[in-house]
Design a protein around this ligand. Structure first.
Ligand code: GDP
Length: 431
């Protein structure tokens, strides 16, 4: 193993997701012994390009594409077994023998969760977060109701039947009595299909907390791979326009069983501007020519839908919260190349809420809706010198270094990784 990694490193999103975590994870994953997901499900997604081969993954950690690291799906992740089997088949087709472990405690997405998701999104109206309809919110809700089914249950038919009877009747009652919809699939059909999934996945199901504990004790390096971003965290994000899990680094402990005391390095990925998929107020949102330019240069169009994403200037109120809540040890600042050739760059440093200067993310939805950005405008840097990644941080234009210094001062966290292009080598590590 090279010395690029501390023993335990975490990579988390510091905005709305799509910050470029995939690229930063890719940068570290090949050197890790374990790459671990700790929250969310197949509602996440990233694209990894290795030696010219493109991998699109939603559930399995990206470490899978390197062959060496063991990929772990922690207990905090929710698993759709069919989606997992499909993804295993997908990586096998690409010539990879998956070194994969799934926590025996991870909760299982059932067909009734997916059915409920569609119905509930309609029910939530303009407070809906824009669900991916993969059953994520209902499976997490069932976990808290203690109606959940865990991976281990799929291997124990008697317990599975007992728990399924409870979970199924609850979901069916909710669908039919409260939401006036029919649940088409029968309990028997689910039972048979999921027992079969359990048999197919048996060789991947382990106590991953013990595995990671022993790995850490024997000096192995572990990389935690976050999905989405801090503003989508169900506790600290812009609720209810969030995802249904904790995206913050704090969830690594509960979502994998690895103690937070053992995490050495927490890298927050910050994109040099904003993009947002889905609803919610977005104080520093921009429209018009600047928006179009950011969107086109940054490729901010939905990967499957092709729909233009909402874009905005960098919001340091948001990043300040990401630094504090995640305990970031450093920032990886991505997509700086997308800001090339802007003559001026507004950066949101605070919100004006009814005449008051607010520097931290408000819990109040009224305040957040009324927030208008207070900008500091910094000079742009034109183009970047050719092959800047070979030259190092000190050769970056002075105005760009000033821009980075400004961010560091405002949020009180060092920027240690600078990304100026989508490819792995287009990265500058600050000494
Ligand atoms: P994630 O959701 O945070 O994992 O975001 P992705 O890894 O999907 O990144 C979004 C896109 O930005 C991908 O197409 C990346 O290749 C691209 N990307 C990442 N870093 C940079 C960068 O520094 N510059 C440019 N131009 N593109 C980047």
């Amino acid at each position: 193993m090279t010395s690029r990694l501390s023993k335990i490193t975490a990579i988390v999103g510091a905005q709305w997701g799509d910050e470029g975590k995939g690229k930063i994870t890719d940068f570290f994953a090949g050197d890790s012994d374990y790459v671990v997901r700790f929250h969310g499900g197949n509602n996440a997604g990233h694209t990894i390009i290795v030696d010219g081969t493109t991998f699109k993954l939603h559930l399995i950690p990206s470490g899978i594409v390197y062959g060496t690291p063991t990929s772990i799906i922690g207990n905090g992740v929710v698993v759709d077994p069919k989606a997992l089997l499909d993804e295993i088949a997908y990586v096998k087709e690409k010539g990879i023998n998956p070194k994969l472990m799934v926590s025996d405690r991870a909760h299982v997405i059932m067909p009734y969760h997916i059915a409920l998701d569609g119905v509930l999104s309609g029910h939530q109206g303009n407070l809906a977060a824009g669900s991916t309809n993969r059953g994520i919110a209902p499976v997490y809700a069932d976990k808290m109701f203690r109606n959940g089914i865990r991976m281990i249950d799929l291997l124990e038919p008697e317990v599975f039947q007992e728990k399924l009877t409870k979970g199924y009747s609850f979901a069916k009652g909710l669908m039919e009595k409260s939401l006036e919809q029919t649940l088409e699939i029968s309990q028997e059909e689910i039972f048979n299909t999921y027992v079969d999934y359990g048999q197919q996945l048996k060789s991947y199901i382990f106590d991953t907390s013990v595995e990671l504990y022993n790995a850490h004790k024997s000096g192995k390096s572990i990389l935690f791979e976050g999905a989405q971003g801090i503003s989508l965290d169900v506790d600290h994000g812009v609720y209810p326009f969030t995802t249904s899990s904790n995206t913050a680094a704090g969830h690594i402990s509960t979502g994998t069983g690895v103690s937070f005391r053992d995490i050495d390095r927490i890298i927050g990925v910050v994109k040099a501007y904003l993009s947002r998929v889905g609803e919610s107020p977005l104080p520093s949102e921009i429209h018009g020519d600047d928006a179009k330019s950011l969107r086109d240069k940054g490729g901010e169009y939905g990967t499957t839908t092709g729909r233009p994403r909402r874009v905005g200037w960098l919001d340091l109120v948001q990043v300040r919260q990401a630094v504090r809540v995640n305990g970031l040890t450093e920032i990886a600042l991505t997509k700086l190349d997308v800001l090339n050739n802007f003559s001026e760059l507004p950066v949101c440093v605070a919100y004006d809420v009814d005449g008051e200067r607010v520097t931290e993310m408000p819990a109040s939805l009224t305040q957040y809706r009324n927030a208008t950005p207070i900008y500091e405008t910094l000079p742009g840097w034109g183009d970047l010198p050719e092959n800047i990644w070979d030259k190092g941080y000190d050769e970056l234009p002075q105005t760009l270094r000033d821009y980075i210094d400004f961010i560091e001062r405002e949020v009180d966290c060092p920027v240690k990784i600078v990304s100026v292009g989508p490819q792995r080598h287009e990265t500058i590590i600050r000494k």
